[in-house]
Design a protein around this ligand. Structure first.
Ligand code: ZN
Length: 265
């Protein structure tokens, strides 16, 4: 009797010590914001998604998990969530504050058009300042110095420039690692495929791959490199992919899951 009372007092103290915090939050799903409740607790060590019958959802999270990690977790379960929430897929729309995928993570788009200074009559010629960059990547924010109507072009240009740099780096690093010559690289804008190998041995990679994680990028690169030996998709081809990139299964599966999302723009 006494022992039980003591136990429940300890239990009550433990419960009092748990810190809980609730925040209203929103995430962009198929181009439109979906509200959710973020329930943080010091007693939690993992993330969990719960959907209520009324079509709303909440996320249970540890106290200190960064918001970006939580959003990434939600997006990984977007397919599942869509079914539960019956979210109508709205057309993709460019707007200030939206989140975009980049290198397997998320960046927040921040619109801040700077006033362009009017050219002034100068008595003496002054060296012209270089034009302000239109898009600057700062941490997890993409600062866009353009009008909203120019977002699609400016951000698209930035992604393609990043893709040229990142995909070239990945291809070179992989070829160095495999001790093979670096093939010619072309960026592609294909609407449904990630890469291809031309009969002349040039590798084409979709610029949208820059939205995916390093592992997904390396999988696609090794997939195309494996085509040097096998042009088909036979079991022998997949053995070759496995030889070039052991453990390719997980990034391949992730790309299949997330891929549709990367093709939104
Ligand atoms: Zn293939």
């Amino acid at each position: 009797m006494r022992k039980a009372a003591k136990h429940s007092a300890g239990e009550a103290a433990r419960r009092r010590a748990i810190v809980r915090r609730e925040e209203a939050a929103a995430i962009e799903l198929d181009g439109r914001p979906v509200a959710y409740l973020l329930k943080r607790s010091s007693a939690r060590h993992t993330l969990a998604l719960r959907v209520q019958d009324n079509g709303r959802f909440w996320v249970n999270a540890p106290l200190a998990t960064p918001r970006q990690q939580i959003e990434l977790f939600i997006l990984r379960h977007a397919q599942w969530l869509r079914g539960r929430l019956a979210v109508q897929s709205a057309p993709f729309q460019w707007r200030d504050g939206m989140v975009l995928p980049y290198l397997g993570s998320l960046v927040h788009l921040c619109l801040m058009p700077m006033a362009k200074t009017a050219p002034q009559m100068e008595l003496f010629a002054v060296p012209e300042d270089p034009p302000e960059p239109e898009v600057v990547f700062a941490g997890d924010v993409l600062l866009c110095n353009v009008a909203e109507g120019e977002l699609a072009r400016a951000v698209g240009d930035w992604y393609r420039r990043e893709a040229a740099r990142v995909l070239d780096e990945h291809l070179r690093a992989m070829c160095r690692h495999l001790a093979i010559p670096v093939p010619e690289l072309h960026l592609s804008d294909a609407r449904s495929r990630w890469g291809s190998l031309s009969p002349k041995g040039a590798v084409s990679l979709n610029w949208r791959l820059v939205k995916a994680s390093s592992e997904e990028i390396d999988y696609v690169i090794c997939h195309e490199l494996a085509h040097f030996r096998r042009r088909d998709h036979s079991p022998a081809f997949w053995r070759e992919v496995g030889r070039l990139y052991p453990g390719y299964d997980a990034p391949r599966a992730r790309l299949r899951q997330q891929g549709r999302h990367y093709f939104e723009f």
